[in-house]
Design a protein around this ligand. Structure first.
Ligand SMILES: Cc1cc2nc3c(=O)[nH]c(=O)nc-3n(C[C@H](O)[C@H](O)[C@H](O)COP(=O)(O)OP(=O)(O)OC[C@H]3O[C@@H](n4cnc5c(N)ncnc54)[C@H](O)[C@@H]3O)c2cc1C
Length: 471
């Protein structure tokens, strides 16, 4: 990421007059609300926020920014923890009004416009008994999650979100519009599948969908253990997961049991090691597949139950509303080593606030069968995407949660595979971005050179063009 002074003198009045959507300026009443993103630790003051109504508005903004030398930020769901959907002095292309979805049940596809959240997409597809792989939370934006890769409950069985992307409509840096797919602008399509927002503004995505569960009803929920059981639960989980059918996935977490229903009152506030499971196979096999999960150890709570996939996806949305303080650090892990488990035990005991947590998301099954150079997303050799998340509603605790996450990460990092999922990076510098793309990095810089040689799109985990332009 780079910054430069925005051009406050750009003729925003002219831009406002040409947009179908609205242009929100610092003096406007809705400005503070419009510049706020999911992570309340982010406090950026853009020059203007364009609430685009259609693709034409996006093209107009890209051309305006280039003509007047204004920095561009692009906001989808605004969920990025590093706050890359908004930037000081920039013109923000805000896509949040573009929330249309179209399901084609015959072709098993869904088209989602770039302002959709995953809740919008699940709502549309689960009605047809289908879903496309996304994440673990419904409120996350479709564009940012997709462009970084997309790791979720369905990834063991059907791959990452990008492995199910069929095409994307893109406004390029020169203001032209293309549709990228395997058959059209294949180099761009390759880069979009993991390369983040570096290559243009995507206005619409088309995904492949899959039949799941019993017409969209899956069996899922948390199984929680006492925090003291963390070492044995983690060892059991790391051995068990590879032996499970890919219809069953589960991420492991260290957490505090939320003080609210449906959790039993006697468990409220208790620290815990847990796994959130999701079984998407046929229900007549569920008992057999879930047997090892149900029979292990002495759980505090077994919350497995049938529910629409969309309900599991949105289960944590109430716990994590927009406007909390977030600081997180991440890495990929090829294994959960004994040394790593020791670190998890230490920092699990020190969870600084009730919302703070650690998650390890499986990167295996269908995800790891895709060759590393088939898409920009490079870490496919098995293991987990780990994330340490300091969260709290109170800004006074920002330092506390950040320090805990940094200390935890520092001690855990030697057990990692080196890079991190780019959607989980904070502002950590170019070497971390490079490490996250492994051997795909150079090819990404070449595609960047072809589609955005001036690095117009640099408010992101930036990949500079091979020729070196870097505003
Ligand atoms: C609570 C929480 C839970 C999460 N869970 C998961 C998870 O389960 N799985 C997972 O894979 N990730 C997860 N993430 C990470 C998530 O994928 C990223 O934060 C992602 O950036 C969010 O996308 P967004 O559209 O909401 O982001 P925004 O903040 O709007 O944008 C993020 C980045 O994407 C770029 N961008 C946004 N829209 C476009 C567009 N249309 N065209 C081009 N570039 C664009 C922006 O410029 C910016 O650089 C989670 C994040 C949070 C905060």
């Amino acid at each position: 990421m780079t910054t430069s002074a925005g051009v406050a003198t750009a003729p925003y009045g002219e831009l406002a007059a040409t947009l179908r959507g609205s242009l929100i300026m610092p003096a406007d009443p809705g400005y503070d609300e419009a510049r706020a993103v999911y992570n309340a630790m982010i406090d950026k003051h853009p020059a203007a926020i364009a609430r685009c109504r259609d693709t034409a508005d996006v093209i107009t903004c890209v051309r305006f920014a280039r003509e007047h030398g204004v920095e561009l930020a692009v906001r989808g769901g605004g969920h990025n923890a590093a706050g890359l959907g908004v930037w000081d002095n920039a013109l923000v292309i805000d896509l949040s009004l573009l929330r249309s979805t179209t399901v084609n049940p015959q072709n098993h596809t869904v088209r989602a416009d770039a302002g959709c959240t995953w809740g919008d997409v699940d709502h549309a597809t689960v009605a047809f008994g289908m879903a496309t792989p996304s994440g673990f939370l419904a409120s996350t934006g479709v564009p940012g999650l997709t462009l970084g890769g997309g790791i979720g409950y369905l990834s063991r069985r059907f791959g990452l979100t990008v492995d199910n992307l069929l095409s994307a409509d893109v406004v390029l840096a020169d203001g032209t519009f293309v549709t990228a797919s395997e058959n059209s602008h294949a180099d761009l399509f390759w880069a979009l599948r993991g390369g983040g927002g570096n290559f243009g503004v995507v206005t619409s995505f088309t995904f492949r969908c899959h039949d799941i569960g019993d017409h969209g009803t899956i069996i899922g929920g948390p199984v929680l253990y006492d925090l003291a059981d963390t070492p044995s639960v983690m060892r059991w989980y790391r051995e068990l997961l590879p032996s499970l059918p890919e219809e069953l996935s589960g991420f492991i977490a260290l957490m505090t049991i939320p003080p609210a229903p449906p959790f039993p009152e006697e468990l409220w506030g208790r620290k815990s090691c847990g796994i959130v499971w999701c079984y998407t196979g046929p229900h007549d096999r569920a008992d057999e597949v879930l047997e090892p999960v149900r029979s292990y150890g002495s759980p505090l709570l077994v919350g497995l139950q049938p529910m629409p996939f969309s309900m599991l996806q949105s289960a944590f949305d109430g716990l994590y509303p927009a406007g909390l303080q977030w600081y997180w650090r991440a890495d990929f892990f090829n294994e959960i080593s004994d040394a790593a488990i020791d670190v998890h035990v230490t920092y699990g005991e020190q969870l600084p606030t009730g919302h703070s947590t650690m998650h390890m998301y499986p990167i295996d099954g269908a995800t790891s069968r895709v060759p590393e150079d088939a898409t920009a997303f490079a870490y496919r050799d098995g293991g987990w995407a780990g994330i340490i998340v300091g969260v709290d509603p109170d800004p006074a605790n920002a330092g506390l949660i950040s320090q805990w996450a940094r200390d935890y990460w520092q001690e855990l990092h030697p057990a990692s595979a080196g890079g991190a999922y780019i959607n989980f990076l904070m502002e950590e510098g170019r070497d971390r971005v490079k490490a996250s793309y492994r051997d795909n990095y150079d090819r990404l810089t070449q595609v960047k050179d072809r589609y955005d040689p001036g690095n117009t799109f640099h408010i992101n985990q930036n990949i500079p063009p091979a020729s070196g332009s870097n505003p």
